[in-house]
Each structure stands twice: as C-alpha cells, then as structure tokens.
Design a protein around this ligand. Structure first.
Ligand SMILES: [Zn+2]
Length: 799
C-alpha cells in the first residue's frame, strides 16, 4: 500500500512527533540531514512531510510512537471473522484510542499480549490516521513493551542515554526513555534519579558535594506533555500539567513516598545532548522506597561498624540489611573501579559482580579488539551498570561480547536489556553461555549419557535464541592482553562455570590471573534430594579441583559476600583520599592480597591463597557436620551424603595411585584480604555469611588420586538408592556427573581430588605431605564421605 497524506491530520501528526520534526528541520537544511533516516511520520519508508506552518517540505525521523496503556484492550469481531483490537493509551501527544485493522483471531490475540495497563508501549501509527496502528508481520511485535509499571509500588530506573528505549524503526534507533524518581523541576528542566546519595568516603571524609551517581537533569520541550497515571485505578488516569507534577520531598532515606515517572524524549541516543523531554507520565499513588540507608559498601558490612545508629530505625547501620535488589536496586548501587590499569574493571553493584575486560590483540586494526562484559547482574539494576560502564570510560553499546557464568537471574538479569539496546542501535553483540545451563547436561567427558535440565529457565526465550557461543572448556581463549579459560564446575547449577582471567598489567608487563568462581551459592543444595545429590558431590569436587589444579593470583568474586572486593576498593579510595597519602597513591593491585596475610609461611611464602581460602569457606559449608549444627536447614555431605556409590560404609585399606604431589589446605581464615598497608584493611574484612566455618587452625592434605575401588566411576548413576543417616531416610538419586566432567573418555577410575580428615597442626599436615609423591602406589582408608582416614600416627595416612 502506498501511504497517502491527509492534510487534516497533519497537525496531529506534527504533534505526535513535535521535536523529532523540529530537530530534523535544522538537520535537513541544505539537503540530506547527515545520514538521518527520514520518513513521513508513521510510514515505514522514507518520505517527505510538511512543516506545520507552511509548505516547506521537511524530513522527519520515522520514530515509532509511545504511550502508556490505561485500560485492557477490547476486541471487536466483524462479519467476516476478522478482529480489531482497540486500546486506550496516554500517547506522548495526548490520550488516544488506538485501533488495529481487522486481522485473523490468532494475530489479534498475539498483539494484545503487550497491552497491559501500566505498560509503556511503542507502535507504528498508520500513515494516514494516528489512531490506527500498523500490524507487524509478526503480530506479537506490533506493540513492544518498553517499561512495565503495572500496579507495583516498586520503581523502575532507566537512564536517558542507555537502557530501555522506543524500538528501532526505518534504520534509526528509537527515541530515548528515562525512568526514576522526580527530584526537581523548573519550567524548563526535570531532574530524575534513584535517590542514592553518598556524602562521605569510607573513612568518613566528606566529598566536596554529595554524589548522586544515577541522577540526571533533562531539558523539557516547550510543548512537553504531562500525564498522571493512577496505578490504583487506571481509568482515573489523564492529562496533567508540569505544575501538577509532584516532586519527591528530599533525599533522606526516611522519605519513603517518592514520585516516580517515565519520560520519553524527542530523539534517540545518537542525539542525546540535544534531545528534550517530549512527555512525562507520573504515577500516583506515589511509589515507595524502603526507608533504608544507601552505602557504597555492601549492606551488613563490618565497615559500617563505626557509622553509628540509624535514627530512622534505631538500629546500628551495620545491622540493617538492605531490601532485595529486585525491589530496591538503589540500596545496592556502588561505584565502578579499575582493577588492572585500562584493562579490567568492576562494574557491578555492591551485591553482585560484573567485570569488564578491554582486550587488545596489539594490532593496529581495532576490529580484533574486544570489550567483554562478564555476567550481567540483576534485571532492574541495568541503569547502574550502564552508568558504571560510562564512568570507567566505556560506552555500554561498545560491548562486543557478554560471557555468562551460569543460568541464574542475578547474573543474566540485564542481558535482554543489553541485547535490545544493541538492536536498537543497530550493533552486533556476541552472547556466550554454558551449554549445560542452556541446553542441559546430555553427557560427561566419559561418554555417560544424562538428561538433566539446565538452570536457564525455559521462559528466557530471548537468551536461548540469542546465545551464539558455548564455551569450550579447559582452554585459554587468547585475546592478546586478556585471556580467559572456562572450567565446567557444576554444583550451584548443572552448568555453572568457573572462569580464569589472565590480564596483562600495562604498568609492569606482567599477566595477573584472576579466579572468578561462578556459582558459589549453596542455595538449593542445603540438604540432599533426588535431584541435587550429584550437584552436592560436584559442588564439593569443584572446589577441591580448583584448589589443587589452578594457579590464581587474585580473587574476582561473583558476589561481595564471598570476598569483599567492593570494601577493598572503598578502603583503597579512602586511603588515597587521605591528604597524607598524596605522594604514595595505591592501586587495586596494591590493595588486593594474593595470599592470606595470616596464613603460615612455608618456604618463605604464605601457605594459603585468597582464592583457595574463598573456595574453602563454601566447601566447608557443604562438607562438614559443623553446618548441621549451625543451620537447621543444612545437612552436610559428611552426615547426610550422598556418599559415593560403594563407599556407604567407608573403605578400609584400599589401593590407590597418587596423581600429584598433594597440597596442604588450611581451614577457612575468616578475615579476608587483610592488608596492613591500608588502614581500613588492617584486620581484613569478615563477611557475615556462614562464619561458623572459620577454622584457621585446621589443616588438610588434599591430593589428586585414583582410588582402585570397583563401584564408583566418577558419577552418580541414575536411580541410585542410598540411605542418608542425616535424613534418616533412603534417597533415590538422579544420575549426574561428578569427577567425570573432567575425566577423559574411557577413564575407568576418574581422578578424584580427595583430602584427609582434619589435621590439628601444620606440622602434622607437613608430615603427611612428606609421604606423598606423584605416581606412588598407596593404601588408604576412606570414610563414607570419601575423606582419607588419618590414623593416630599421621604418617601412616598414606601407606
Ligand atoms: Zn546462581
């Protein structure tokens, strides 16, 4: 169909795209507007419009229209069975009832899905009637959901330049969309943010001005429209005025009623500097915040111990647990920081990590450079991550690759948002994931077949469809100054991966290896079940495997309660801000410890690495009976299994081959990253979770070993029934791989990484270790949990 222009609707169409048109008028003077795609409003192909005041032809961008749905759609069936869908919206140029042409019932059903009251949607108006919507070839994308308010009292946040936006059309990115709490307005501007404000560094030294990291002030178009959306009764929604737009009273965390709004701009991110607000939808009743304070360090951090008592709650600040990230992202924001000069950055929040790696192959050709983002955080925290990227000098749209560790929502949360942002910009991006968490576990390396669902929910259809790379495990991907190895480490989920980053420090030319263990949480594994039995064994195995086989300099934790990386940075920052330290500024590589400061020194080196220590904490939780006593929901492997098949009563004097020289593992040392060079790290940082496993006086000898028993073959067979003493019940376990995720095909006895029972001193551990050498044939006894029995004479452990 050829769009025809109706002079009677030109005014309304002018109003629909007032500023896109105004900007385009300027850009178009003298001819083609510098490559801007132009079209008659609403048309899918370029065309020519007419200026509102006269006859001068102007060129306008063919932006999709946007509006907020205020009522459920209605359906009308005509005589021939076609159905038209109508819906009331507060469109950016005013209230409208949009109607589709008659379509087949299935298509009508598909296009209604987005039309939920409270959704900000976009659509393509007909060229001739702004109230008529063009139905897309795929009816489901006729209306696209930009943001969904619904009836939620929680607030969404969206930066102007990054994140959710009106959809791309006719080769041009759609207009920008912002969201947040309204903090100020003038006749010409509106200020929107998430309310987080930091006034002093961790040492209590005030900043010159309070830092409002996620707040932005926008210029209003002269004819910007303002709407009031009543989320308690959408039918009461309607046109409003800037004068009526409420403003959040103040920034105090006690101020819980806050004014939320969505804003649509008149231009896209390519013209962010000149774009103006075209429409504001503000929500009543007002949104609520949780009334809890905001810090750059994690909630419950021991670094808050000197911050006193909150006058609002009466609780010590150190005792206030922030509201969940999903409902109150502002309580978990933190600033980004550089870890390796110009190359590696922390860009997550103060709860979950995300890392950025800038890889340069060293050639003159920028085409082989990569900007790799590791994991994607919580879904509604995207605005924080985009701003954090910007703050370290990286445009979020320059990311070339996203690598996901495992299929949980706190790590893939912003992937779809990033994909949409890239699609809107017309830029490609690679998405990498664990095959096992996307497609499930079908086999191990020995060729055993399984059929275990991966962790990525079936509903994540976009991530499933857009994952275009699965990791090849145990090999270094070489990107020049950045190299990455991925190790399949099931446990937390079937497809959990551990990642090692080798990052070259331009300051000294050295590569530093960071250990990033994806999937450290014990949630879902607390007590044995049919489904989690193999995962419990794999979880335990993975930690020992990594402790014994990988060489790691520094920890890159996945969550800040695993290793206090955010606190280390804030301590570093406070140190560097101390006027006394102006002449001796330090970096994260100075602040981060490779070895546990208080671990014993053996041959001139601290025994325990920080990465190994981090792994030990959670390995202890999974393994030892202390967990059963500490937490009523925990059943350790030691007390409750699963036990490896055939070892239910332990093994006595079984033959085995030692496969490496073994190593001494110290029990978990609670204070992490103790570093007396930095005052706030002088005693290390103790994270609050599961601290009962603190056991710096315990030692184990851990060895890669081939145990010559005839039943256990490195995996849990399907339907294996076993009595669990801790549960006092028999569990019939689903099958799954354990050591067989690493063992070569055909290996009958996959190497295990087993450890002794607890030894009471380093001297005992050294005495045991002295008896080990690679290739030695030994006799050992095992407990049901496959711990190597330590006899009274510890030197007889391996005989
Ligand atoms: Zn997870």
């Amino acid at each position: 169909m050829t769009p025809t222009r109706d002079p009677n609707t030109s005014t309304s169409r002018w109003r629909l795209w007032p500023l896109g048109l105004a900007v385009a008028v300027l850009a178009a003077c003298g001819g083609d507007g510098g490559g801007d795609t132009v079209a008659t409003p609403g048309a899918t192909s370029p065309g020519t419009g007419t200026s509102p005041g006269g006859t001068t032809p102007v060129r306008v961008k063919a932006f999709r229209a946007a509006g907020l749905v205020t009522a459920a759609p209605t359906l009308r069936t005509d005589a021939s069975g076609g159905q038209t869908v109508s819906v009331a919206v507060l469109a950016q140029d005013g209230p409208r009832t949009l109607t589709t042409p008659a379509v087949a019932p299935a298509r009508a059903a598909a296009l209604q899905a987005a039309l939920v009251p409270g959704n900000l949607v976009d659509w393509l108006p007909s060229a001739t009637d702004a109230n008529v919507v063009q139905v897309a070839a795929d009816a489901a994308v006729t209306f696209n959901v930009i943001l969904a308010k619904g009836n939620a009292t929680a607030t969404q946040f969206d930066l102007q330049k990054y994140g959710a936006a009106v959809g791309r059309n006719a080769d041009a990115p759609g207009p920008m969309v912002a969201a947040g709490w309204v903090y100020a307005k003038t006749g010409a501007t509106v200020t929107v943010g998430d309310g987080s404000m930091v006034t002093a560094d961790q040492a209590g030294r005030a900043y010159p001005a309070p830092i409002k990291r996620y707040e932005e002030t926008y210029t209003l178009a002269p004819d910007a429209r303002v709407f009031n959306v009543n989320t308690a009764s959408y039918g009461q929604s309607g046109a409003s005025t800037l004068a009526a737009l409420p403003v959040t009273a103040d920034y105090r965390h006690a101020t819980t009623a806050r004014q939320a709004a969505y804003l649509v701009f008149d231009d896209n991110h390519e013209n962010a500097a000149t774009a103006r607000v075209a429409a504001i939808w503000y929500f009543t009743p007002q949104a609520t915040s949780d009334g809890k304070p905001v810090w750059d360090v994690p909630t419950l951090s021991t670094m808050l111990a000197d911050k006193g008592t909150d006058p609002v709650s009466g609780l010590p600040y150190a005792s206030i647990n922030a509201t969940s990230v999903t409902t109150a992202p502002y309580t978990r924001s933190t600033e980004p920081f550089e870890m390796v000069k110009g190359t590696m950055y922390y860009v997550g929040d103060n709860e979950v990590a995300s890392y950025l790696l800038k890889a340069d192959m060293g050639t003159a050709d920028p085409a082989d450079d990569k900007v790799i983002k590791i994991d994607a955080g919580w879904a509604n925290s995207g605005y924080q991550y985009w701003r954090n990227l910007e703050l370290v000098g990286v445009d979020p749209r320059s990311v070339t690759d996203i690598w996901l560790t495992h299929g949980h929502g706190d790590h893939y949360g912003t992937v779809v948002e990033q994909l949409k942002m890239m699609d809107n910009a017309g830029k490609p991006i690679n998405l990498w994931a664990s095959r096992e968490d996307v497609l499930g576990v079908k086999a191990d390396l020995q060729g055993n077949a399984f059929d275990i669902a991966g962790a990525l929910p079936a509903t994540e259809t976009v991530i499933r469809a857009r994952t275009n790379n699965y990791y090849v495990y145990d090999k270094w991907y070489d990107y020049g100054n950045v190299q990455i190895m991925v190790i399949w480490s099931p446990g937390h989920t079937p497809g959990t991966t551990n990642m090692l980053f080798r990052v070259k420090n331009p300051a000294d030319g050295r590569f530093y290896t960071f250990g990033y263990h994806g999937g450290y949480g014990f949630n879902g594994l607390n007590s044995p079940t049919a489904a989690n039995g193999w995962l419990r064994l794999s979880f335990q195995h993975g930690f020992s495997y990594l402790q014994n086989t990988v060489d790691v300099d520094l920890v890159a934790p996945q969550h800040t309660n695993q290793f206090p990386i955010v606190e280390v940075y804030q301590a570093l920052k406070a140190y560097n801000r101390d006027p006394a330290n102006v002449a001796r500024q330090l970096t994260m590589l100075d602040a981060m410890r490779s070895k546990v400061f208080d671990s014993p020194v053996v041959d001139g080196v601290n025994l325990t690495g920080e990465f190994s220590n981090q792994l030990e904490k959670r390995r202890s939780v999974a393994s030892y009976r202390a967990s059963d006593a500490a937490n009523a929901t925990y059943r350790s492997i030691e007390t409750s299994g699963p036990f490896k098949p055939g070892r239910e009563n332990g093994l006595t004097h079984i033959g085995a081959t030692v496969l490496d020289g073994g190593r001494i593992i110290q029990g978990f040392v609670g204070p992490q990253n103790k570093n007396p060079a930095i005052p706030l790290l002088a005693n290390g940082v103790v994270t609050s979770t599961d601290n009962y496993v603190n056991d710096p006086g315990g030692f184990y000898v851990q060895v890669s070993i081939d145990v010559k028993d005839s039943i256990y073959k490195g995996f849990l067979p399907q339907g294996y029934a076993q009595f669990s003493p801790g549960l006092n019940a028999t569990v019939t376990y689903n099958g799954g791989p354990v050591e067989s995720v690493h063992a070569a095909k055909g290996t009958f006895h996959p190497p295990e990484v087993l450890r002794t029972q607890r030894l009471n001193s380093l001297a005992d551990a050294q005495a045991v270790l002295a008896t080990l050498s690679r290739g030695r044939e030994v006799t050992v006894s095992l407990t049901p949990a496959s711990e190597i029995v330590v006899p009274a004479d510890v030197r007889q452990t391996f005989r």
